[in-house]
Design a protein around this ligand. Structure first.
Ligand SMILES: *Cc1c(COP(=O)(O)O)cnc(C)c1O
Length: 375
């Protein structure tokens, strides 16, 4: 069976973990955490990078930094992972859902302005499949209405908008290093801060509401409880694993792109015949090969295709259920229908894609899809 995902190991992970353990310092913000922070700040021009224990945590930090109060409204795409919305609901926000683009599962930028009210505090965008939203449009709407922009860049490491790294275009952004993402450490995340005014408070929130970080830099002579916060920082064991991945990011990305392109070339004829749709990458966006998906005609066809592919030995998976229809939110949702989000919910199918997947395995997945449509 070809699985949907198999976490890739670069070979250095356990050696670095051992180094962290031997150093005697395995709580957070040690040598490996600093190396990871420097990597992100130097390679992706993030103003401030802070490792967290998950992307969910980074999103929760961003809700705290945005000072979300009960009753505030936050605009979020319906077609996304639970955490994108839940992080703000925890602060008492009302989520105003937006539909996806017709050509891409990302938020339809042209719908956002109509959703803004006097209570709106922030727009959260999701760079679905690592493909950028139109950030010039989003940022200009946010500027006009004095709103914060938060990027859920969980899938968007090493991807770009008009040449600028994703995660550096909003006020702050959240990345995931869950084992299903391009760069992974089992469970892990990153909060990137792009505006000076949030940095000091971010460090405090991440350290249980204390100014411990400033204390260790010698900026204050004692540390104490100065704000609300929680324990958002990972241990050095996690950072050591992550650094081994980051050192190999170029080869990881290159192999993922090869597999992505192999799928694209081989499935293009089916798309040309109108049998399925392939991912669209807008001109302003790069492709970090986080995901290769196809869109089927309808739900029935997707179910049949999944059955066919499983019988032929591979394991494709569908993705999100529209959040505005979720059991938790359906009676709180005050907006209208989200036809595109619902369409991706019913028809989007993600194909196996992982670094250690061979060309022969990729071809087996491709052949099973071609076989299905030849029936
Ligand atoms: C994976 C993912 C998350 C959650 O990441 P964790 O690190 O597991 O918390 C959030 N949003 C999106 C869009 C994701 O793909």
């Amino acid at each position: 069976m070809i699985p949907f995902n198999k976490p890739h190991l670069t070979g250095k992970e356990t050696a670095y973990i051992e180094e962290a353990v031997r150093s005697g310092k395995i709580s957070g913000d040690g040598m490996f955490t600093k190396k990871c922070h420097a990597f992100f700040e130097n390679n992706y021009s993030m103003r401030k990078a802070l490792l967290t224990t998950s992307c969910t945590d980074a999103l929760e930090m961003s809700a705290l930094l945005a000072n979300i109060q009960p009753g505030d409204e936050v605009i979020v795409p319906s077609y996304t992972f639970v955490s994108t919305a839940n992080a703000f609901v925890l602060r008492g926000a009302h989520i105003v859902f937006a539909d996806s683009r017709s050509d891409h599962p990302g938020i339809d930028e042209d719908l956002v302005e109509k959703l803004i009210t006097a209570r709106t505090k922030a727009i959260v965008v999701v760079h679905y499949a690592g493909v950028a939203c139109d950030m010039d449009k989003i940022n200009s709407i946010a500027d006009q209405h004095n709103l914060l922009v938060i990027e859920d860049a969980a899938q968007a490491i090493d991807s770009f908008y008009k040449g600028r790294p994703l995660g550096t275009l909003g006020h702050m952004s959240a990345f995931s290093f869950h084992e299903t993402k391009n760069i992974q450490c089992g469970e892990g995340g990153l909060l990137a801060i792009n505006h000076e005014r949030f940095i000091q408070r971010a460090e405090i929130i991440r350290e249980k509401g204390t100014n411990r970080s400033a204390f260790f830099r010698g900026e204050v002579d004692k540390y104490g409880w100065v704000d609300i916060g929680s324990s958002f920082l990972p241990s050095e064991i996690v950072a050591a694993f992550l650094f081994a991945q980051l050192e190999n990011i170029n080869s990881i990305q290159q192999r993922r792109r090869e597999i992505w392109n192999r799928y694209h070339v081989a499935l293009k004829p089916l798309a040309d015949q109108g049998k399925l749709k392939l991912p669209v990458i807008p001109d302003f966006a790069s492709n970090n090969a986080h995901m290769f998906y196809v869109l089927t005609e309808n739900l029935h066809e997707r179910s049949a295709l999944i059955e066919h592919m499983k019988a032929a030995g591979s394991f494709p998976v569908f993705h999100y259920l529209s959040l505005h229809k979720s059991p938790f939110y359906t009676d709180k949702h005050q907006g209208g229908d989200m036809p595109h989000s619902d369409r991706y919910m019913d028809t989007l199918l993600r194909l196996p894609l992982f670094v250690d997947m061979s060309d022969a395995e990729t071809d087996r997945v491709i052949e099973s899809i071609i076989g299905y449509f030849a029936k």
